[in-house]
Design a protein around this ligand. Structure first.
Ligand code: THU
Length: 131
């Protein structure tokens, strides 16, 4: 059983590491892997705006570069106090590493919604489609 509150708490903690001087919009994420480890991420912006990386991808890349590719859940929070859904690029990156990922969008530890990646990114383009 996944401890969603704990993941949300870790994502909230990651907000402090957000580097977002352009949007002033902090996002935090926390990935849970099959091995029961967690990896945090926060958005990192850049003066060349397109070089910005979202919190979700920072967290996922953190897991991958720790040799932990089996991601099972990701919690996402932002400073908005509202549900913050992953952008299209992040959904695509999620699809690369899990076909059954649970995505938790949280206002706080007591107010969150859980989605399957398949709901947020149906008919995704995957490695198997490259022929
Ligand atoms: N952002 C994320 O980190 N994750 C999301 O799900 C939505 C957007 C970041 C990117 C940028 O630094 C800021 O939020 C405004 O778009």
């Amino acid at each position: 059983m996944i401890n969603y509150k704990k993941l949300i708490e870790k994502a909230q903690n990651a907000l402090q590491f957000s580097y977002s001087p352009y949007s002033n919009f902090k996002v935090g994420a926390c990935v849970l892997t099959k091995s029961n480890k967690t990896y945090i991420g926060a958005n990192i912006e850049n003066a060349s705006f397109g070089a910005t990386i979202c919190a979700e991808r920072v967290a996922i890349d953190n897991a991958i570069t720790s040799g932990d590719k089996d991601i099972v859940c990701i919690a996402i929070v932002s400073q908005s106090g509202d549900y913050t859904f992953p952008c299209g690029i992040c959904r695509q990156v999620m699809a690369e590493f899990s076909n059954n990922l649970e995505i938790v969008v949280a206002k706080n530890q007591n107010d969150y919604k859980i989605y399957k990646l398949e709901e947020l990114l149906p008919h995704s383009f995957l490695q198997k489609d490259i022929k």
